[in-house]
Design a binder for this molecule. Sequence first.
Ligand code: NDP
Length: 391
Amino acid sequence: MTDKPTTSTPSSPAAPGAPATPEAPAAPGFGSGGFSFAIDFSGDAGAGAGAGVALGQAAPISAPGGPSDGADGHDGSVSKVVIVGSGPAGLTAAIYAARANLEPLVLAGVEPGGQLMITSEVENFPGFPDGIQGPELMARFRAQAERFGTRIVDVDVERVDFSERPFRLWARGVEYRAESVIIATGASAMWLGLESETRLRGRGVSACATCDGFFFRDREVAVVGGGDTALEEANFLTRFASKVHLLHRRDTFRASKIMLDRASANEKIQIHTNVAVEEVLGGAKVEALRLRDTITNDERVLPMEGLFVAIGHRPNTAAFAGWLAVDDKGYLVVEGHTGSQIDGVFIAGDVHDHHYRQAVTAAADGCKAAIDVEHWLEARGIARASTVTAW
Ligand code: NDP
């Protein structure tokens, strides 16, 4: 998901078999029946969740699914469940919902796949003892969801109307209608916005120490930021790195005192205040940072092998503004297990969880949301009890 301005206008309710206008043709490589990953890596752009590697801008519709054909006796133009987002939470929800015969429709975003699409090696996702590339892992999630009949459309949801059921969602001028919705739009890591930072992402520049710290054993790395995340990442990285430079643009910290004290006491961490990263230097990988003193504007080059950007995350909630409660950090607020303030709207993954932020916890959340949706639909007679999958 990316935050995009609303460009569409509400259309009339979609005809049976919504959406009313055709989607783009399938992208190669994501069909069901085996894992052949013809991922288009050419679309690397922008920051945040889902940014980086485009899976092609087209929608791989290679399996049945999507809006109900009315077989369960309800309005055939309305999906039983629409899942917004296609990271681990959204696609796990899709796998579970599809296996429960809910024919889920995933509105995946124009840069589908979530934050793992900008992660290189993933070594902490269970089931892959030798590790797996982030984009390949997401391709497998997607193929598994499609195998059971999930329909996936790579569009950004721009706005919604949750005032009554069926809920309505608009994406690229098309109106989608759903009896229930799972929001799994994730959170985007914030980046400095440097061209060199983007170019070297995955080549020494990262926004996730938990994911990538392991690769910097006995190397010198820097963490930029002055909040709890930056200090936590710096502390974490000392398990691997020979030295960690914490770079903060001011001389006072947002971070809690205990985190700052811990970092200050750590012999491997050197704290640099009043310093801004102007450029990441290096060809094929990070070799140094060009730093600017934010008081004097003096510049210097510091040799470095890795840069971890820890300047915050932004939950992708713009499309739902005004409909759902957010906490003081802008994350959606969950009611009960996976519910929201609106009956029939469910929430999964990093869009509400700024504590764990792991692929496996997001996936677990997606599973829970799908089970909750199924029970919710069943209780209202929208999904037949007989369709319930033995989990
Ligand atoms: P914060 O918003 O707290 O801090 C972001 C930091 O990044 C600030 O120091 C800010 O600088 C800096 N920054 C922002 N933009 C830029 C930029 N363009 N260039 C350079 N520096 C920049 O985000 P966090 O992710 O650290 O924390 C988010 C929330 O999560 C907080 O409430 C935090 O307490 C919580 N958290 C708690 C943890 C724990 O308890 N273990 C662990 C991690 C997070 P400046 O100060 O100058 O604005």
